[in-house]
Design a protein around this ligand. Sequence first.
Ligand SMILES: [Zn+2]
Length: 249
Amino acid sequence: MFRSLVPLALVAALAGCAPAVNAEIPVPVQSGQEEATPTPEPKPTPTFDPTVFSIDEASSLWVVADKLRPLNPEKYKPAELVTLKLPHRYDPTMSSNAAGSYAVMYAAAKADGVKLVIQSAYRSYNNQVGVYNGWVRKLGQEKADLQSARPGYSEHQTGLSVDIAAGNGKCTIAECFADTPEGKWLTEHAWEYGWILRYPEGLTHITGYKYEPWHWRYVGRGLAAEMHKTPNITLEEFFGLPPAPDYAN
Ligand SMILES: [Zn+2]
């Protein structure tokens, strides 16, 4: 006990605020100071509840759209769309929750010297008709189906997805985007803002799409953090849904 008193007296003396105090005289310590801080009750570890949001409705934050799960309704349009005033190539519109998060993520990346560019975000059913038909003309239907969703099956139609490009435009919609500073930053940080990589490498047999390091899906921070615990896990696996390598018809 005595050891703890001397420094207090010395401090008082050195501070010059109490010339009458002799450094040799112990200063009384208030009772209770040395009592141990009560140990807080251990909190139960919160378990993640995968049923909080629907995975079936197109308007749900956790909707799972794939080749076996068309959007419901098929011509769904988000109620609240926000057009971001941020670097973009095509229409930088997203569902309001995704847009808010994207803006925060964009600023964080910028602070790290990384410039994210919105390549493509919300696409209406009718827009998707044009995009999909364009790929079919370019690649043929079989290859187009690996690259672009048929209308009514696209995550872009939910307003929760964004294709991101690099500031210098290199590797846009190409696998090498993963090796750009932007791609690397997203791999490391996007989950912190509620985004997941929707089509990871080597999982075409589950997702139905080839590796798309540019395609990010907003699911909210809770689910993104939970999924981050298992590298490259897909929404299908997380929610125990069947693999969707191809359309039913
Ligand atoms: Zn995409």
